[in-house]
Design a binder for this molecule. Sequence first.
Ligand code: SAM
Length: 250
Amino acid sequence: MSIPRFILTPAALQNHQVRLTGPDVQHARVLRLQTGDPVRVCDGAGHEWQGRISLFTPQVVDVSDLEPCAANVESALQVTLYQGMARGGKLELTVQKTTEMGLYRFVPMVTARSQVRITEAGSNKQQRWQEIARQAARQSGRTLVPEVAPPMDFSRAVQAAAQFNLAVMPFEHADGTQDWKRCLAGHTALRTFGLYIGPEGGFTDAEVEQARRAGIVPVSLGPRILRSETAGLAAVAMALYQWGDLGGTA
Ligand code: SAM
């Protein structure tokens, strides 16, 4: 059995002893861990340590004798997904699956057709999505937990495009000359990539034009219309396969 891992806040890793609490104690119990067992802890920001359980009570689990571990499980490509929100949209699945694939940052995005206002887009949902990202990072062996940002409106999301080596907007009405393979083949060593996915209702023409003016490239994902969540998952996988380490490094 691989050594169990726990992802903690940097604050919890202040000294050479770590105290697990709450759901992490529950997880340790489910794994039937005992005092003396080895475990790995990481700070969610790319650093990992291995130690041994020194105390196990119903409320807390202490881990001591921490030694740093080399862990190279993060993709060199930093993908930021701006995912269009829709009323009742299921972003939990997108957060979980893109985290497993290696996403760097997740930004819920409110667009003209989101049917959700920024105010009601909800910080409580953000906390839930952030915990889903933390658990998915732990399960997939990642040392970095993608940040789930507060919901952002389309204009601010588009303004952020300048920070990326390349930013694309999958657009189902893009013509054949703008398909992903043809349009993006020329881009090789990317370090940062921004991806803008519309909600179930899609982007308006004005939004596509605003994005294009900001240097975001509209691309087709192919001849079939994908649901918003499907498009997000597919495009993240395609980017990490093409410029990252999903599928291995060439
Ligand atoms: N206009 C779509 C329709 O006719 O049903 C609704 C938008 S689609 C469900 C949600 C988002 O997924 C789009 O805004 C786009 O970002 C992306 N998308 C879906 N299929 C696509 C495709 N074939 N090519 C590019 N983007 C696509």
